[in-house]
Design a protein around this ligand. Structure first.
Ligand SMILES: NC(=O)c1ccc[n+]([C@@H]2O[C@H](COP(=O)([O-])OP(=O)(O)OC[C@H]3O[C@@H](n4cnc5c(N)ncnc54)[C@H](OP(=O)(O)O)[C@@H]3O)[C@@H](O)[C@H]2O)c1
Length: 236
């Protein structure tokens, strides 16, 4: 049986790089996002994961295949905001997209993973869970996803299923560059926070995801792997 792995937010950035890395590792890749990319190293399904019912329908279809033994919960949403002015609607939307599809899709795949006695769950969180100004909703959402990762790890450990988080630091994706153009104050602020003094490339995050998805990583579960150029260690 060919093992399939689903990647959310797979059309760009980290998700797309993960799709390439996992395909190279021999997984049959199923990518999900709203808009299909020009080319993709596997099957691509268009879905809006901000829609609970659409996510549920997708989850049912993936579960019915029986061979989806991996999932990379990568879709995310971040907003710039301050504690004083953050809006409840934004807070709810950010909490929702970062956490709810991960739960819905992963839940749907557990029966198949249990019967295969093998499963890989990788949740993409963020360095911001360590504390980061102007990202209150986003940091809270990613912290929730990290906590969920540990619970998943404990409950599924006896079934050959691992659950881990990959927490990227600032990574040069289209979205990141749109918000932090070269020479901007945003870019300078991020660079100051990274000891290696550069941003990650999406492929560097993808290689950590691919490692945690590998058979060789079977004794690692419930962990958060920071891929952040040392930024989670503190300041220089
Ligand atoms: N880049 C960074 O510096 C950084 C740092 C730490 C953590 N992260 C995390 O890493 C993950 C990937 O980030 P990225 O920078 O690679 O993001 P990105 O370049 O903005 O890509 C986001 C992906 O999610 C899809 N997407 C967005 N909203 C969606 C929705 N409602 N339904 C389905 N798909 C949706 C996008 O495609 P469509 O627009 O076509 O739907 C795209 O494929 C996120 O969870 C992010 O929080 C990123």
């Amino acid at each position: 049986m060919t093992k399939s792995i689903v990647i959310t937010g797979a059309s760009k950035g980290i998700g797309r790089a993960a799709a390439h890395a996992l395909a190279q590792q021999g997984w049959a890749v199923i990518g999900v996002a709203r808009t299909a990319p020009g080319s993709f190293p596997g099957e691509f399904i268009s879905a809006d994961l901000a829609d609970k019912d659409e996510t549920s329908a997708l989850a049912g279809k993936l579960a019915a295949r029986g061979n989806v033994l991996g999932i990379v919960n990568n879709v995310g949403l971040a907003k710039h905001e301050t504690i004083d002015t953050m809006e409840l609607g934004v807070f709810t939307a950010v909490m929702d997209l970062n956490v709810r599809p991960a739960l819905q899709l992963t839940q749907a795949l557990l029966t198949g993973m249990r019967s295969a006695r093998f499963g890989r769950i990788i949740n993409v969180t963020s360095l911001v869970t360590r504390g980061f100004a102007f990202r209150a909703s986003y940091a809270a959402a990613k912290a929730a996803l990290e906590s969920l990762t540990r619970t998943m790890a404990l409950e599924l450990a006896g079934h050959g299923i691992t659950a881990n988080a990959v927490a990227p630091g600032p990574t040069e994706t289209e979205l990141f560059r749109a918000n932090n153009p070269p020479g901007s104050e945003g870019e300078a602020r991020y660079l100051r926070s990274v000891p290696v003094r550069r941003f990650a490339q999406p492929e560097e995050i993808a290689s950590a995801i691919a490692f945690l998805a590998s058979e060789q990583a079977g004794f690692i579960t419930g962990q958060t792997l920071f891929v952040d150029g040392g930024a989670s260690l503190g300041s220089l």
